[in-house]
Write a protein that binds this ligand. Structure first.
Ligand code: ZN
Length: 69
């Protein structure tokens, strides 16, 4: 029971982070992702992973995603 609640809470937390990542784009480039612990700017689309079983590819080496495309 408690485990289920934790899993749901985790999913909601990750979804919230994704939403906030879009809203606060210019201020969260150095925030660490809750799933893979890499900074948001090191994700291929500049946004954190949305679930534990779907880790996003990294941004190209030395090309952090600092600007919206
Ligand atoms: Zn991530």
């Amino acid at each position: 029971m408690n485990e289920d609640v934790d899993i749901v809470a985790r999913k909601i937390a990750l979804q919230l982070c994704s939403l906030m990542a879009v809203v606060d784009w210019n201020y969260n480039r150095h925030e660490p992702c809750l799933v893979c612990f890499k900074k948001y700017m090191h994700h291929i689309d500049g946004l954190p992973c949305e679930s534990d079983d779907n880790i996003k590819p990294r941004a190209p080496h030395k090309r952090p995603v600092n600007y919206k495309l």
